[in-house]
Structures are given as structure tokens and as C-alpha cells.
Ligand binder design. Structure first.
Ligand code: CP
Length: 298
């Protein structure tokens, strides 16, 4: 693996190796490698709390120097192209560039112009992909429910615009999830899902589910005709204690964050015993350590 752009580029062996490595980093801190001669830069053209800091924490744990390009004050404001920006960082000897951009395809396009010694990680591009999120989600599921082929997983929300859902579907297809149900009102349903069956019925999705993934209502990505009345959405699709009664008794609930409390998920669930939201955050650092390790050990 030279770049990490999309789970669709990865083999089953690659994804399983990442899950295994991340779990090993979690349980054996003494085995953490030290990459003090390598370096990582974060370039985020969209806001982030979790992903950017999680990559920074991962690199710090691997003893790598980290720099963050503040894109609002970079030479892009003077007309520099993104291609010249990443080539400039590569020329400074940065080994890994972690890129988030509002447009789908930008990280892949930048990966084509960086020199051979530079690795690029997609930290989220538009509605297209968020591969490290998918892998930390699967790590969190795997810790408690490791036989993916036996699971029913429901993803609920704005699937059409969700790069989290798109990467999860790609990974679910490779990892062989038993049943994936994509629950959304009609305007938010995916047009051509690579994996899973689509329904507008929350109960269809939640019935006997082992894992439920609630998605953020991404108001910033919606066109005028795609806006829904939030009270109606909450009534029909929010992950609440009452709705979760349909799921298995040991169901776990995930959410990639940031959470719109009281819209797609209730406080009671987000802060309750079934929630794995903060476990996802903790696991995210270990998964990103595994991704960095896989790129540098290539
Ligand atoms: N899950 C996620 O991508 O969160 P951030 O936008 O805070 O990075």
C-alpha cells in the first residue's frame, strides 16, 4: 500500500492486516514502532476535530514530527495551486500528507502529482470517501462482534451525502458483512450502493440488528429540495431508546461524529451503555497508527 485513498483500492488481506495491526497497537504499547526520521503533515480544507487530531496523535505516538498547514493562511490565498502546495511540502521531505477537501477526488488527484517517496492519505473528500473512518468503525465492531458474516448492520441517515457511509459500504463488501441495511428517507437514499439493501423503514433496519450506525445530518451538503423537516426526521429516523427495542439486546451504536444531539440520536443513547462513540474516537488513533505504519513499512 503506497497511498490510502479508498477502501475500494484495498484487498481483503490489507483490510484484515490493518484491523489486526491496530488492535495489536492498542493491546501492546511496547510494540509501537518509532519513525523519528519520518514526518507527517495535515492539510485540511474542511473543518475537523477528530480526524486531524487523531492523525496527529497517531504520528506523535510513533515519534514522528507533525506539521499542520493552516490552509487559510497558506500561499493558496496568493494563487498557488493545490498541486504546487503538495509538491512543495514533499520537497521539504514530508513523508505523509493527510488531506481533507470538500471536493471528491482531490486527494487522489494530488496523489498522482507527488513524488514517489511521498504517501497520501485521504482524510475525507466531499461525499466520496473517508477510509480511515470506515476502518476505525470496523475495528470498534470487531472488538465485540468479530464474525462479520454473522452480523446485521444498519446505517441510518443521510447516506446519499455521507462519505462515511460510502467508505463503510466499500469495506463491508470486502470484509463480507452478512447483512447491511441502508436506512434513509427517499431523498437521502444512495443512488447506486456497492453493498447493502436500501429501505425507508427504520424498523426494517433495526429489527434484530447487531450494530446500528447513526449518521450526522449534513446540512451543509444538502441542496434546497433535499432539506427535510428536522422534527419529522427525528420522529421517523432518530436513534432513540424506544426505536432500539427492535434491535438485538446486545446491539452497539456507533456515530462518526460530530453528533447533532436530539436530531439523529438522543442523548440517552449517545451517552448510554450501548454507545461506542468515544470508543470509536480512541480506536481511531490506533487505526491511524496502523495506516501510517503500513505506508512507511511498504
Ligand atoms: N468523523 C469525522 O470525520 O469527524 P471530524 O469531521 O471531526 O474529523
Amino acid at each position: 500500500m503506497h497511498h490510502f485513498l479508498d477502501p475500494a483500492d484495498c484487498s481483503l488481506d490489507t483490510l484484515l492486516a490493518l484491523l489486526d495491526r491496530a488492535q495489536r497497537f492498542k493491546s501492546h504499547p511496547a510494540d509501537w514502532p518509532r519513525f523519528q526520521n519520518a514526518s507527517l503533515a495535515t492539510l485540511f480544507w474542511e473543518p475537523s476535530t477528530r480526524t486531524r487530531l487523531s492523525f496527529e496523535r497517531a504520528a506523535q505516538r510513533l515519534c514522528m514530527p507533525v506539521v499542520n498547514l493552516d490552509v487559510s493562511h497558506s500561499s493558496e490565498t496568493k494563487g498557488e495551486s493545490l498541486e504546487d502546495t503538495v509538491r512543495t511540502l514533499a520537497a521539504m521531505g514530508i513523508d505523509i500528507l493527510v488531506v481533507r477537501h470538500r471536493e471528491a477526488g482531490v486527494p487522489a488527484a494530488l496523489a498522482r502529482v507527488v513524488p514517489a517517496h511521498t504517501h497520501l492519505i485521504n482524510a475525507g473528500d466531499g461525499t466520496h470517501a473517508h477510509p480511515s473512518q470506515a476502518m476505525l468503525d470496523f475495528m470498534t465492531i470487531c472488538e465485540e462482534k468479530p464474525v462479520f458474516s454473522a452480523l446485521k448492520i444498519a446505517i441510518v441517515g443521510n447516506i446519499r451525502h455521507s462519505r462515511v457511509a460510502h467508505s463503510f459500504m466499500q469495506a463491508a463488501s470486502i470484509l463480507g458483512v452478512g447483512e447491511l441495511v441502508l436506512v434513509a428517507p427517499h431523498v437521502w437514499q444512495p443512488t447506486s450502493p456497492v453493498c447493502g439493501r436500501v429501505t425507508d423503514s427504520l424498523m426494517d433496519g433495526l429489527q434484530d440488528a447487531d450494530v446500528v450506525i447513526a449518521l450526522r445530518v449534513q446540512r451543509e451538503r444538502l441542496q434546497a429540495h433535499e432539506h427535510l423537516h428536522l422534527e419529522a426526521y427525528r420522529r421517523d429516523y432518530a436513534i432513540t431508546e424506544a426505536h432500539l427495542r427492535a434491535a438485538k439486546s446486545d446491539v452497539i451504536v456507533l456515530h462518526p461524529g460530530p453528533v447533532n444531539r436530539g436530531v439523529e440520536i438522543d442523548d440517552e443513547v449517545a451517552d448510554g451503555p450501548r454507545s461506542r462513540i468515544l470508543t470509536q474516537v480512541s480506536n481511531g488513533v490506533f487505526m491511524r497508527m496502523a495506516i501510517i505504519d503500513a505506508l512507511l513499512s511498504h
